[in-house]
Design a protein around this ligand. Structure first.
Ligand SMILES: Nc1ncnc2c1ncn2[C@@H]1O[C@H](COP(=O)(O)OP(=O)(O)OC[C@H]2O[C@H](OP(=O)(O)O)[C@H](O)[C@@H]2O)[C@@H](O)[C@H]1O
Length: 262
C-alpha cells in the first residue's frame, strides 16, 4: 500500500477519511485549507533558499537537495497534467478507446454508470460476469480486489463502438455491502497499476478514459481517488495520459444533484 493510500485509509474519530482532497498528510491544516487542488501544493522552501549564491559548500548541498525537490515538484505537476479532466460523456469516446469504471467482484453491474455499461455493452458484461461467477466464485474463490479485468471490443451490432472496457475491482461488495471507503481507495492503487500494465500490452489503444470512479455509489470523494491515481501516473514509465469525463452538473434541486450531494 502506498503512503497516501495508507494515510487515506485511516479514518478519524468522526469516521471521516482525514486529509481527503486537502493535500499531503504532513502539512498543517492552515496551509492546506485554502487549497483547491493537488496541483496547488507548493514546496516548503522559499525561492531564496533554492538559489542563494552565499550558501557555500553547505549551501551547495542544500541547493542539490532543493534541485531534487524541484524535480519532484515538476514530476508532480507532470503527473497532475497526465490526469486531464473534461466535462462530457464518457461514452462518446472514439473507437479503440478504453473506458474505465469501478466494479464490485460479485458480477453485478446493477446501478449507476455500471448499469449504463451493462445496457451498452451486453457482451462485455457477460465476460465480466463470467470472470466473477465462473472463472471465480464470489464466496469460495472471489476475484481479488485490487486487480482489473480488461475486455476488448465485443459488441457486434452494426454501428457499435469499438470500445475496450477496463474494470477496476475496487470493492468486493456493492450496494449496502460495498467495502468501506478507505478500503476502496486503498484497492484503487493496485487495480489501476494492474490496468496500466495490461494496457501497455495493447498498442492499438488510442485513448484512456474514465469516469470519476468510486465517487457516487462507492462514496469515495473524487479528490481522494484523483490523488492516488495521480500518484500512480507519476510512476508510470509509459507517461500515459488519462482523460476523466464527468457529466455537467445537474441543476440544483434535481434528483441527480441530490444523489451527488448526499
Ligand atoms: N455518461 C457518463 N459520462 C461520464 N460520467 C458519468 C456518466 N454517467 C455517470 N457518470 C459518472 O460516473 C461516476 C461514477 O459513479 P457511480 O456511482 O456509477 O460509480 P462508483 O464508481 O461510485 O460505484 C461503482 C459501483 O456502482 C455500481 O453499482 P452496483 O454496485 O452494481 O449497485 C457498480 O456495479 C459498482 O459496484 C459518477 O461521477 C457519475 O456521475
Amino acid at each position: 500500500m502506498t503512503d497516501d493510500a495508507d494515510a487515506a485509509a485511516q479514518t478519524d474519530a468522526t469516521g471521516q477519511i482525514p486529509n481527503i482532497g486537502k493535500g499531503p498528510a504532513r502539512e498543517d491544516s492552515k496551509t492546506v485549507s485554502s487549497r483547491t487542488s493537488f496541483e496547488d501544493i507548493p514546496s516548503d522552501k522559499t525561492s531564496n533558499e533554492r538559489t542563494s549564491p552565499k550558501a557555500g559548500a553547505k549551501g551547495k548541498e542544500k541547493a542539490k537537495v532543493t534541485d531534487d525537490e524541484q524535480h519532484n515538484d515538476n514530476s508532480t505537476k507532470d503527473a497532475a497534467s497526465r490526469l486531464e479532466e473534461h466535462v462530457g460523456d464518457l461514452f462518446s469516446a472514439p473507437d479503440n478507446s478504453v473506458l474505465i469504471h469501478a466494479c464490485n467482484t460479485q458480477g453485478v453491474w446493477g446501478a449507476g454508470i455500471a448499469k449504463e455499461f451493462h445496457k451498452r455493452y451486453p457482451k462485455a458484461f457477460k465476460e465480466y460476469e463470467r470472470h466473477c461467477l465462473s472463472a471465480h466464485h464470489p464466496k469460495q474463490n472471489p476475484v481479488r480486489v485490487g486487480t482489473c479485468l480488461l475486455i476488448g471490443p465485443r459488441e457486434v451490432k452494426p454501428g457499435a463502438p469499438k470500445h475496450w472496457i477496463g474494470c477496476l475491482f475496487t470493492s468486493a461488495g456493492h450496494g449496502r455491502k460495498k467495502d468501506p471507503s478507505p478500503m476502496i481507495l486503498q484497492n484503487t492503487v493496485p487495480a489501476f497499476k494492474d490496468l496500466l500494465d495490461k494496457l501497455s500490452r495493447e498498442p492499438q489503444l488510442t485513448e484512456i478514459r474514465m469516469c470519476q470512479i468510486n465517487s457516487v455509489l462507492f462514496e469515495v470523494p473524487w479528490k481522494a481517488t484523483r490523488k492516488v491515481l495521480q500518484k500512480v501516473l507519476a510512476a508510470d514509465a509509459g507517461h500515459r495520459k488519462v482523460h476523466v469525463y464527468s457529466l455537467p452538473a445537474a441543476p440544483k434541486g434535481s434528483i441527480r444533484s441530490f444523489v451527488r450531494e448526499h
